[in-house]
Write a new protein. Sequence first.
Length: 216
Amino acid sequence: MQTRYLSYRLIYRLFVLMLLIPIQLQAGDIITGNAENGKAIAEKKCDRCHGPGGVSEDADTPHLAMQTSAYLLKQMQDYKSRARDDKNMYKRVRKLDDQQLADIALWYASQPLPEIDPQARKNLKTPKLVSEGDSARAITPCDICHGKDGKTVAEMVPVLAGQQVDYLISTMEYFRDGTRNNDPGGAVQAIIKKLTDVEIEAIARYYAALGGRPAE
Ligand code: HEC
Ligand code: HEC
């Protein structure tokens, strides 16, 4: 029994490591740019939907405030190359060059995402899938990559804390049905494909309720 348990743990750990490799390979890039230039573009072209400073008021439109700049830049590049296929976002970024995208990424990453209802957070229970995963279905715990507080452990991994619930649900549904497939090595799709509707909703509600950081 003991040896079977140990070998399972070992295989599980190797599996997690395999998932992390394609992600870490890309994490070395350092973004340089000018956040003030980014701000000027964002105010003209992006804030209408994503809200001033990237704090969105529309449940289907993601907050960009407090997201990591490396993740933001990758998503914009993916929309531009259609690796992440969204007609609307493609139109917004297709004419912007890499430097402009980097400037925008730095701007939004520097913006605070307001704390939401600290009272609601008090009674918040961490879903088991987030903290422990599910070894029976080989689901890796989300917090290995997204962080114990939902605020990520690596630049290429998005912050989920405080993100819009409806956006989190829809983007997980897209990962699950393969509509969104721009994750390195398909590592995120492989995990999300195993989640039920109920699990997706519970996880989305949990992360959204964690909130951002206090506005400065
Ligand atoms: C007409 C509304 C609209 C405008 C204008 C707009 N966006 Fe978006 N944006 C969206 C929606 C809706 C999504 C979610 C799309 C999806 O599901 O892929 C999104 C997604 C994104 C994401 C992915 C976020 C994540 O967490 O993965 C980034 C980054 C982004 N937008 C940046 C921008 C930038 C930069 C601009 C301006 C140059 C911009 N957007 C303009 C509506 C808009
Ligand atoms: C091995 C690391 C890893 C694990 C484990 C992991 N993720 Fe992720 N996740 C990522 C990376 C990397 C991305 C960004 C992919 C890309 O480049 O588009 C991501 C993206 C996401 C997004 C999209 C966020 C956005 O702003 O669009 C959601 C939602 C998400 N993950 C939820 C989860 C959930 C829920 C779990 C656990 C059941 C989980 N992830 C486990 C690495 C991981």
